[in-house]
Design a protein around this ligand. Sequence first.
Ligand code: FE
Ligand code: FE
Length: 165
Amino acid sequence: MPDKVLDDLFHDTLKDIYYAERQILKALPKMARGAQSERLREAFEQHREQSETHVERLQQVFELLGKPARGKTCPAIDGIIEEGEEVLAAFKGAPALDAGLIAAAQAVEHYEIARYGTLRQWARQLGLKEAAALLEQTLEEESQTDELLTEIAESEANRDAVEPA
Ligand code: FE
Ligand code: FE
């Protein structure tokens, strides 16, 4: 429609990430169960709890807009999660499993970082200060999770994935 404006884009993208977060909530326990290292398992479990808060913050943003919290199918996140499930199945019991799970999880985090970064900027542009602050908090947690995953990869998972000499 020719008269669509930033408010419409903001609302559509909010629905996209709301759907994505709820898919992620379902995927994280599978990732946690699959992880071989204790640290990685804990990281996934902890991020699952954080993700519940992400869903709640999004519900608050919908409320601030006066709109019902409703998701819209996001094929991008479905594909990213599907790839993670493929890694789980194909590398089950293998030394490279955790390195693969981290790579899959970082693809999820980067998707979220892209979405939350955009949404925060749009909220600012629209003068939605409270919404911008909520989105920023989640963005911060996604970035921290990404960094933690990098740290686990570099300190153990990548090394453990290499065939012993
Ligand atoms: Fe999230
Ligand atoms: Fe996340």
